[in-house]
Design a protein around this ligand. Structure first.
Ligand SMILES: [Zn+2]
Length: 99
C-alpha cells in the first residue's frame, strides 16, 4: 500500500481543497484521467487530465515530509492551493489503496 494513502482521506481533502475543486477533481478521477506512479519516497507522481485534450495535462506530486502531506501541481505557482488535479490524484490513491 502506498504510505500516503492514509493521509489523503476525504476529511483531509475537504479541509485543504475548495468545494469546487473537490467536485471538479472527483469528476477527473471518475473519468480515469489520472496516471500515477509510486515514488521511492512513499509518495506518488504522475499526470492528471488529458483525454482528448493533451494540453490540459498537469504534472502532480503528493508526498510525505515528516508525517505532513505535501503536494505540487504544475497548474499553479501557489503552494498552498490543493487544486482539482491534486484532488483527483488523492482520490485515485485512495481507490488504489483499497483494492
Ligand atoms: Zn493542478
Amino acid at each position: 500500500m502506498i504510505p500516503i494513502a492514509k493521509l489523503v482521506g476525504p476529511e483531509v481533502i475537504a479541509d485543504v481543497a475548495t468545494p469546487a475543486n473537490v467536485r471538479l477533481g472527483t469528476a477527473l478521477a471518475d473519468d480515469r484521467a489520472v496516471k500515477l506512479d509510486a515514488t521511492d519516497s512513499g509518495g506518488v507522481e504522475g499526470w492528471v487530465g488529458g483525454g482528448d485534450s493533451a494540453t490540459q495535462r498537469r504534472r502532480v506530486a503528493l508526498w510525505v515530509d515528516k508525517q505532513v502531506l505535501k503536494w505540487s501541481c504544475t497548474c499553479t505557482n501557489e503552494p498552498k492551493l490543493f487544486c482539482k488535479h491534486l484532488v483527483a490524484a488523492a482520490i485515485t490513491v485512495r481507490d488504489s489503496a483499497t483494492k
